[in-house]
Design a protein around this ligand. Sequence first.
Ligand code: IDP
Ligand code: MG
Length: 154
Amino acid sequence: MEKTVVLVKPDAFQRGLVGRIVARFERKGLKLIGMKMIKISPELAKEHYAHLVDKPFYPGLEKFMTSDPILVFVVEGQEAIEVVRKIVGVTNSRKAEAGTVRGDFSMSTGRNTIHASDSQETAQKELARFFKPEELFEYDLKVWDYLYAEDEKE
Ligand code: IDP
Ligand code: MG
């Protein structure tokens, strides 16, 4: 089963949206296997946003992401990476579809409430970046048989 990483950004904390955002993933049927609050350091921000460090908006992005704690969590499920990115919506929240997290909760690109891994490679890197092996939990989700049919389980 695929695992993917979600960050709930400082704007969601300030706006009291954390619980509602996590609930979106729970109600979909994704299995929560790790979750914690952390404060991102400037070094970690540069690593996480390595693809953006040369952009003019990067200093503001780093300042914002390191300003307050964030929530980081991991969900597991069939095609979880793609499913989660769909729930998150596109980067510019004003263009994000209604029903997505960004489409429903944000008006902004720079304050878009949430991050999610965008590929299998990124998901693996982000898992290692934010979680120690012992912080991820393997447990039996009793409703598994109602989330997936026999031919959809691995
Ligand atoms: P993503 O979060 O949808 O994967 P990325 O292109 O990976 O989008 O950008 C990471 C984050 O950087 C975005 O979520 C957003 O907060 C910020 N960002 C991206 N592009 C811009 C921009 O043009 N202006 C300001 N912030 C941006
Ligand atoms: Mg991205």
